[in-house]
Design a protein around this ligand. Sequence first.
Ligand SMILES: [Cu+2]
Length: 403
Amino acid sequence: MTTFLIILSIALAVLAVGQLMRVFEASSKLKGETSEVPTDAENRYQAKMMLVFLLGYFSFFIWLVARYGDLLLPEAASEHGVLLDNLLDFNFAIITIVFAITHVYLFYFAFKYVFDKDRKAYYFTHSNKLELLWTTVPALFLAVIVIWGLSEWIDITMDETPKDAVVIELYPKQFDWTARYAGADSTLGASNYNMISGTNPLGVITDQTLSDKIAELEGEIAEMQTELDAAPAGGLKEEELTERIEKWNRTLDKVKSFEGLEAANREYGNDDILVKSEFVIPLGREVAFKFRSRDVIHSAYMPHFRAQMNCVPGMVTEFHFKPTITTEQMREKTNNEAFDYILLCNKICGAAHYNMQMNIRVVSEEEFNKWMAEQKTFKEDVAPDETAEVSSEVGMEISMIEQ
Ligand SMILES: [Cu+2]
């Protein structure tokens, strides 16, 4: 309401000024004044004002850069991040130089060539020399930017992931992240959304989760069947239940088809490690990320590492980088005890999108190995009689998704 009133009063003020100007024009016309033609003194005053404006304009620009410049991006904490920053700085440098030159000329010429009735404008139709200059110079700069940028991008995205890389899957859903480490075998276990259950939020396929899921589905189907047998024939309830049983049977068929996977593929998942709220990566070692999504498109954004990748349902996207500064070192550098690297969702994905984040801790190789050894593997995690409470909660969420 306040905003509306402010807009309304501004609009009314503009209208009032417009009407007043018309009154002045009409009255000076009646008096016979020729106010449309400025006097020489007025012209000289306007020309000087152009210089004053130029000075104010650049002072404001310099103040803005000094005051807010460091809000652009935090210090890069990955190897390729430095390359990207150099590229960005080069672009900013060119833009700033061109901006300064063109604007100085714009306002200085308005001052220098103030109206003079004794001066005649120099007229020429075109100049080949000028055309050549203002075509080739920008073309050269653009070529440098494009070729340099492309070659860096190819270096960053096309080079092969080293064998000793830490493999981590980032799995988003509305509205949180789960990180899954490939474990001792450096291979992520196969996964499928049909396998998702209370104890298996990422749908990892192992012998254990397969038999659990089949038992769960068969149990549900049997329950629905009992209900169906008791339902009155020909009713709406019978139709609904029959449809649901058919749907669940299709899921069961899909899940059973995973039994045909090679034994090794049902083994890789056992030593995977699932973590929430924070994940840890080692300094100076390549980290290979794989991204999936459970529901909608999310985007994994790690600003300090200059990394961002879409997480798309139904496909796996990838990115890898090498961290160069530990969390501790960054805390000292920024003089901020509470500093943490962060993973954010950078795709507006729903109501609690703003809350989709996860801390990232960069530690030394030894610390990383120690941390890994302390984590429970997926096999230990899905052992029966554990996480019973969590299971019912997540189970509800999944049944909601399946509807
Ligand atoms: Cu999201």
